[in-house]
Ligand binder design. Sequence first.
Ligand code: ADP
Length: 261
Amino acid sequence: NPDRRWEMAVTTLADGRRLVRLEDRSSAQAGERMRTDFVANASHELRTPLSALIGFIETLEDANGADEGPIRARFLGIMGTEARRMQHLIDDLMSLSRIEADRFVAPRDAIDLAALARIACAEIEGGGKAGGRIRCTLEAPQAMVHGDRAQLLQLLHNVIGNALKYGRPGSEVAVSVATADGNVIVAVRDEGEGIPAELIPRLTERFYRVDPGRSRSLGGTGLGLAIVKHVVERHRGRLDITSVVGTGTTLTVTLPLALIP
Ligand code: ADP
């Protein structure tokens, strides 16, 4: 198989016999390639806004103090947007590496996901970008999990934020929290453009976007669902995405219900 990589080590024993050790290094090599791709992608994503920033700074410097009020204000506006884009990306990169570093530490805090969903919806509405579009239905009065509050709040922000970003303007985003069969089920449904079925498995890859231009113009980093996937894995949960192109998408997170008195 040309995709597999073997490493061979030969040791000569005291009695002259030879010991041959064959090791399958394919997965180590694949891991290494993923890491290199990730660094290359992250560097590219950071360089784009940085180049724009440097370009505008140099243009302003060349103007050498000549007062071009409106142009200056417009350039500063663009520079602010690009700098915030970088900040957002660095925040997401740091979140991702923190969640990965915590991978083997089971989260132990008692978290009520229904209450947390209510907080996330209120925070997003308070941020002023939702325009009253979120409908939050808490079917379970209490939905306790063993969890990491900050990470679960970020998961809710990312998923609800996506539903708003990729939902049709003015359409509703439905957030629900229920319990069933020993699980807490958080579902976020939008009435949006939807995602072709064959692309769904790729959405949680770092920096994968269905439409990169659209994601960037909406302020996306391409890391939101990678963060969601890692948080779900750390909480021993499941992530399901179902979508109908032209109708909308439902993202469901299922986490084990904690029996907390
Ligand atoms: P981004 O920052 O680009 O939104 P994400 O990792 O959160 O990155 O999502 C990856 C991609 O998945 C998005 O660029 C978008 O193409 C697609 N996507 C995510 N959520 C939805 C949704 N609710 N409806 C349609 N497409 C979505």
